[in-house]
Every structure is written in C-alpha cells, then in structure tokens.
Design a protein around this ligand. Structure first.
Ligand SMILES: Nc1ncnc2c1ncn2[C@@H]1O[C@H](COP(=O)(O)OP(=O)(O)OP(=O)(O)O)[C@@H](O)[C@H]1O
Length: 213
C-alpha cells in the first residue's frame, strides 16, 4: 500500500484524538474521509503531514516513515482549512511565490489550471477582490500545481458552484490516471461518493468503517 497508517494513538488533555487508527490507501486512488464535526478528519490529515507528535503507532508513505516536524517523504499538495493568500497581491503572483518555495513553478501548468477553473481573466487581479469560491478554486490550484504525488484536501469544494465542482471532479480523475493519490475530507456524502474509490468514516477519532465503492 502507498500509505500505511498503523495503530496510531494521540491524546490531548484526556481527549482521544486518535484511538488505534489503522488505515491504508493505494497509489493512484481517490479516497474520501467523512465524519461529523470534530470527529478527527483534519487531525488525521495533520498527522499524515507530520504535524502531530503521535503517542504511539506509525505512518508510512511510499514505504518511508512520516516523522514529526520533518519534511514528508513525498511532496504533498495540501488544503487544510481555508487557504491563506496574500490578499494585496495578484492571483498569479500568489501561486508563483508558493511554487517558488520548492523551486517548482510550472507556469504553463498554472495558466492551464487557471483557465480550467475559469480564473484566467482574473489572474492579474488582487486576491482581495476574489469571492469565497474563487479563493477556494485558487486553493485547489495551489494544491496540485507542483505535480505533487499526494494530494490532501480538507473540504475543497466548500463554497464553490456546481459547475466548478464538476470541473474539480474532472481534475481529480485526471490526476488519479496520472498515478496521484488523493484524500479528500467532505461533509457532502453524496458528492464524495460520486468521486471516490474508497470512503472511510471516522467517529470520535476512531475508524468506524471503510467502504470500497
Ligand atoms: N490544537 C488542538 N488542541 C486540542 N484539541 C484539538 C486541537 N485541534 C483539534 N482538536 C480536537 O481534535 C478533535 C478532532 O478535530 P478535527 O479538527 O480533526 O475534526 P474534523 O473532523 O476535521 O471536524 P470538522 O468537520 O468540524 O472540520 C476535536 O475534538 C477537536 O476539538
């Protein structure tokens, strides 16, 4: 398996954030994570990125361990909560600055993505003039623009219109064909079932059920 989560546990002040969570994801698949508010979806994503010091258990990506506070074993494209941008700069400059951190700015792909999400005509507009949905689409673009192997998206379609959701689904299927591994948290069970190969339900920091669709 490409991602292996083995018996992870984490407590913060007597509260179980994870209770013996074991889970695996295949390379080249789209995986949904569902669960009520506070069930542990975002924390699971943080753990996958190495942002959480686990009490016990281990996580491996591509057979390499995820270590707390260290760079993940593979490049991860990420949306965790609301994506933050420099509001007083343009959309294109924001994407360029973010990709340049890793020296991986691929302008033709970024321009293609902007066009794909109907944002090409706004690329030189300041992000502060963007609507919520436009910012969210920019967040999706930044999560995939560096051709990241693993894409982890927390509520990526929040606030975006139906047409853009269809475009998002099309992009995710395209990335899956390219062999990318995608994990998406959502509150919209119906929407995510359309897209995903597996659905995992998390409840109070424990896995309730994983379904292969
Ligand atoms: N920094 C923190 N310190 C302590 N507890 C936290 C912290 N962040 C989150 N938690 C707790 O961890 C649990 C899981 O939270 P998490 O954010 O993963 O939920 P979620 O499933 O993503 O919820 P939502 O659907 O609302 O986004 C919750 O009980 C939350 O209160």
């Amino acid at each position: 398996m490409y991602i292996e989560i083995n018996n992870i546990n984490k407590k913060i002040k007597d509260k179980n954030i994870f209770q013996d969570v074991s889970l695996s994801f295949e390379k080249g698949s789209i995986n949904g994570v569902i669960g009520s508010n506070g069930s542990g979806k975002t924390m699971l994503f943080r753990a996958l990125c190495g942002f959480i010091k686990l009490d016990s258990g281990k996580i491996q990506i591509d057979s390499k361990p995820v270590k707390f506070g260290e760079r993940p074993p593979v490049p991860i494209g990420l949306i965790l909560e609301t994506p933050g941008f420099i509001l007083n700069d343009t959309a294109l400059n924001n994407l360029k600055y973010l990709a340049e951190i890793n020296n991986s700015y691929d302008e033709s792909y970024v321009l293609w993505l902007l066009d794909f999400f109907s944002l090409a005509e706004y690329k030189d507009k300041k992000v502060k003039s963007f609507s919520l949905g436009m910012k969210q689409k920019l967040g999706i673009i930044q999560a995939v623009m560096e051709h990241q192997e693993l894409i982890i998206l927390d509520e990526p379609t929040n606030g975006i219109d139906k047409k853009s959701i269809l475009k998002f689904n099309e992009l995710m299927n395209q990335l899956k064909v390219e062999g990318k591994t995608i994990i998406i948290a959502s509150h919209n069970d119906y929407e995510i079932k359309e897209l995903c190969d597996t659905i995992t339900e998390i409840e109070n920091g424990a896995i309730n059920e994983t379904k292969r669709l």
